[in-house]
Design a protein around this ligand. Structure first.
Ligand code: F6P
Length: 328
């Protein structure tokens, strides 16, 4: 028998991403639209265990759709990995009259939500928020599009100085152990080489490609390296290796780091967040639980959390071929 929801809790967890605030806004306003209460939970599962809640209404989320980060903060919680910690969270939610959850985060967030839901028969719905785009069941996670635009903008700037000094740049981007950011931003920025964990090209292949670029008259080169790349070396060792094998290049390194997690969300991420928030709340109100809201073939769709946390987000092989052709 589906539970009736009277008060929803919403929280953000794991690495923050642009669009999380837009999703919070959508969840809160959809609750207001359906005349059910909503509480913000600060700092993810850590705040849930501490009962760090704040009532939220339609006005609580004004002027945040355009803000990066998350007004509810985020944190990683070891205590929630324990049954005792989850019981504390359950007791806090019960005390606050919260009878359903919308979890905005990545696969770690959803794993915790799934276990919690099963242990306490507690309705949960997931919204994929991470720049990595590494979650099964959606073509886009919240923040991915914004991160791509941030990375392309930065690479364009680096290319100015690379071409001024005839330098080769290794640019490391985020993505944890997948290469979506590197591949898409690399193609978008016209990188000469893109190194991703899904494809181990090997160092010889890299040198051969760089030599080909040089002999074709390219005076500078940009190599985008996914942080999870398995070529066997970190980006600084890659620099040393190439410098020792290609005296014709002066090599520099830029590690973009956490700037990729910030910034005002793109229109795409704002619209996606708004769509996902409505679907998450209305799915809970329809009695559904343990699903993740995703974008599949441009439609908002539900994927069981069990699949979302176990599935893989495959690299786009057609785009991989495009990148190979573009680096001719
Ligand atoms: O998952 C998002 C992400 O930015 C990854 O791309 C990156 O590897 C990781 O988080 C960094 O984690 P932290 O913010 O804890 O340093």
């Amino acid at each position: 028998m589906a539970k009736t929801i009277s008060k929803l809790g919403v929280f953000t967890s794991g690495g923050d991403s642009p669009g999380m605030n837009a999703a919070i806004r959508s969840v809160v306003r959809t609750c207001a639209y359906h005349k059910i209460q909503c509480a913000g939970i600060y700092r993810g599962y850590e705040g849930m265990i501490e009962g760090d809640f704040v009532p939220m209404d339609a006005r609580s989320v004004k002027d945040i759709i355009n803000r990066g980060g998350t007004i509810l903060k985020s944190a990683r919680s070891d205590e929630f990995r324990t049954k005792e910690g989850r019981k504390k969270a359950f007791d806090q939610l019960t005390k606050a009259g919260i009878d359903g959850l919308v979890a905005i985060g990545g696969d770690g967030t959803f794993t915790g939500a799934m276990i919690f839901s099963q242990e306490f028969d507690f309705p949960v719905m997931g919204i994929p928020g991470t720049i990595d785009n590494d979650i099964f069941g959606t073509s886009h996670t919240l923040g991915y599009d914004t991160a791509l635009n941030t990375v392309v903008e930065v690479i364009d700037k680096i290319r100015d100085t690379a071409s001024s000094h005839n330098r080769l740049f290794f640019i490391e981007v985020m993505g944890r152990d997948v290469g979506h950011i590197a591949l898409n931003a690399g193609v978008g920025a016209g990188a000469e080489e893109i190194l991703i964990p899904e494809e181990d090209l090997g160092l010889d292949r890299l040198l051969e490609s760089l030599r080909r670029s040089k002999s074709s008259g390219k005076s500078s080169s940009i190599v985008v390296v996914a942080e999870g790349d398995k070529i066997g070396k970190n980006v600084f060792e890659l620099k040393d290796y190439v410098e020792s094998h290609m005296s014709e290049y002066e090599v520099r390194v830029s590690v973009l780091g956490h700037m990729q997690r910030g910034g005002s969300p793109s229109c795409f991420d704002r619209v996606l967040a708004s769509r996902m928030g409505v679907k998450a709340v209305e799915s809970l109100l329809e009695g559904k639980t343990d699903f993740m809201v995703g974008l599949i073939n441009d439609k908002i769709a539900l994927t069981p959390l069990t699949k979302a946390v176990k599935g893989k987000s495959d690299i786009n092989l057609e785009l991989l071929r495009v990148s190979e052709i573009m680096t001719t």
